[in-house]
Design a protein around this ligand. Sequence first.
Ligand code: SF4
Ligand code: FES
Length: 258
Amino acid sequence: MATVTETPTGGMADSAHLARVTFRIRRFNPESSEHAFWQDFTLDIDPKERVLDALHQIKWEEDGTLTFRRSCAHGICGSDAMRINGKNRLACKTLIKDIADLDGGPKAKPVVIEPLKGMTVQKDLIVDMEPFFQAYRDVMPFLITTGNQPSREHRQSAEQRERFDDTTKCILCAACTGACPVFWNDGQYFGPAAIVNAHRFIFDSRDEGAEQRLEILNDRDGVWRCRTIFNCTDACPRGIEVTKAIQEVKQALITRRF
Ligand code: SF4
Ligand code: FES
């Protein structure tokens, strides 16, 4: 007979609807070993739950030392980007049923969860985000204006706003930068997320700092390092056309029109 159990999100799941899924997680604890290792956790879980719920279930019921970031749990804060079955995704926006082998038998493939590539792992699924945020700060992601304080709001037409609408959606999750082979090979590259956030201001009609930002991105580690591989666009959970934004910044560097 089916039993009713509480799910990690507080809902109720009928045991008849639970699936047996193995999560293979890359573990690393610098306090106990210099080597990372894989650990399997097999859960009976509602496949309509998210990967974040599975991580919670593991942490709360199996191994409290499992370490990962998350905050909003609703795709807004960008803190739980990780590599799930080889693709960068937000754990809170990834349904288990969409990525797991629900066969349940001994040959069922595990869901493989790793930290983002190209960034120093601090513990388990947590990477050091400081170089990522330094690149973000370097492109001056704020409105730059000169002259007197305006006496009324900065006016902008719908068309002018539309010009940079796509890049306003960034939640700084680093899924794009952590999917970029150029960044993997050389962490000095600004990376797609910093360029996306530069784009957001370069093409803002109210801003006067575009020339400064373009010069920053004209650097040896700047926008020209992009090889137009599109991994960043594929990885972005917000659907931002990251590669297109990078191309537009390159174009602005050549034409000085923005
Ligand atoms: S551009 Fe997309 S993938 Fe990159 S940091 Fe922003 S939201 Fe994340
Ligand atoms: S926890 Fe905030 S985006 Fe996933």
